[in-house]
Design a binder for this molecule. Structure first.
Ligand SMILES: Nc1ncnc2c1ncn2[C@@H]1O[C@H](COP(=O)(O)OP(=O)(O)OP(=O)(O)O)[C@@H](O)[C@H]1O
Length: 319
């Protein structure tokens, strides 16, 4: 049985960089008290825009960066001062792979496996991730998606208790993406703590047990996907209309009160708290305008909607 204590606890983490020449030699604070917790047997996702502080948080969590305040407990230890033994219990998959360019994937993975006391079966991992199909090619010549798969295998070959995955499905074709998702799900069931960073809302929505959204180095929202996508007092839903006709947003608003946004050519959406009455009103308005939509649907909010709401609330703080 794995330990009930969290695999990772980050508490009120602060990190400053600098001195920055462009800021007259001042230090710049990029983490202003980030906190998060990752359990064994769970996928914990850190979501945030570019520059939000995800990599800096992970750098501190992995012991690569020294925090300027707050604390990190990784498998019960301070990763910055822990003995190298801790490293063997932690898997890290970096965004740019960090793999040596001139070697071929299987010798590389066997070499990495040799550094661990109880490594995974390299041949099984290679077959599972389809690495055998490009085994004769050196890392330098692999495609982005192939490098991703080797980087994932390298992160898992030591059979870690916690693994950090930075954008694990970036650059993968749909089939490889599914293989990676299935593997993550199996590892989670086997008790591994999985910490994921991603910009891809679909991935986060599909994989995560718990999500932390950070912005400008601060926690701005957290919860399970269900908690984040549910509305506090009532079900919030997104009404989507697809049609080849040009819709008149002002006319729809005038007769139904619904605020229509044109997402892209032929695709419109109405966000907010909606009921069956709103759906009926939209359908009646379309009928009166003699528009037969190719799609008319109402769905729960997605993580992406939550993310966009947070961004627009930041732009209009008094709204
Ligand atoms: N060594 C450094 N010196 C100065 N500023 C830094 C340094 N490293 C990171 N930063 C700044 O800290 C902020 C957070 O960067 P970080 O890489 O953690 O963001 P991120 O959320 O991982 O972004 P991305 O999604 O683009 O990878 C950014 O504004 C970045 O420019």
């Amino acid at each position: 049985m794995h330990s009930p204590a969290p695999a990772l606890v980050v508490d009120a983490l602060r990190k400053d960089f600098g001195p920055v020449t462009a800021l007259d030699g001042r230090m710049v604070r990029v983490l202003h008290g980030v906190s998060l917790c990752a359990d064994h047997g769970s996928v914990t996702t850190i979501l945030g825009t570019n520059g939000a502080g995800k990599s800096t948080t992970l750098g501190c969590a992995q012991g690569l960066l020294r925090p300027d305040g707050g604390s990190v407990s990784l498998l019960g230890h301070n990763p910055f001062t822990a003995s190298p033994d801790l490293r063997s219990r932690v898997g890290v998959m970096l965004q740019d792979g960090g793999l040596p360019p001139s070697v071929r994937p299987i010798p590389l993975l066997k070499h990495v496996a040799g550094m661990y006391r109880h490594p995974a079966d390299v041949d099984a991992l290679v077959a599972r991730l389809g690495i055998d199909t490009f085994a004769a090619t050196s890392i330098r010549r692999l495609s982005g998606g192939q490098k991703q798969r080797v980087a994932l295998a390298a992160a898992l070959v030591g059979r870690p208790e916690i693994v950090f995955l930075d954008e694990p499905s970036a650059g993968l074709d749909p089939q490889s993406r599914q293989v990676v998702f299935d593997l993550i799900s199996e590892l989670r069931h086997a008790g591994l703590a999985i910490v994921l960073t991603t910009h891809l809302m679909d991935d986060a929505q599909r994989l995560s047990d718990y999500v932390y959204i950070i912005d400008e180095g601060r926690n701005v929202a957290e919860g399970t996907v269900e908690e984040l996508t549910a509305h506090a007092e009532t079900e919030s839903r997104v009404l989507e209309i697809s049609t080849t006709a040009e819709l008149d947003a002002a006319a729809l608003h005038g007769s139904t009160g619904l605020v229509l946004t044109r997402e892209s050519a032929g695709h419109y959406r109405v966000t907010g708290v909606h009921t069956a009455t709103h759906l009926a009103a939209a359908a009646s308005w379309l009928a009166a305008a003699d528009v037969l939509p190719t799609a008319l649907s109402m769905q729960p909010r997605s993580l992406e909607d939550v993310f966009l709401d947070l961004a627009s609330a930041k732009e209009q703080p008094d709204a």
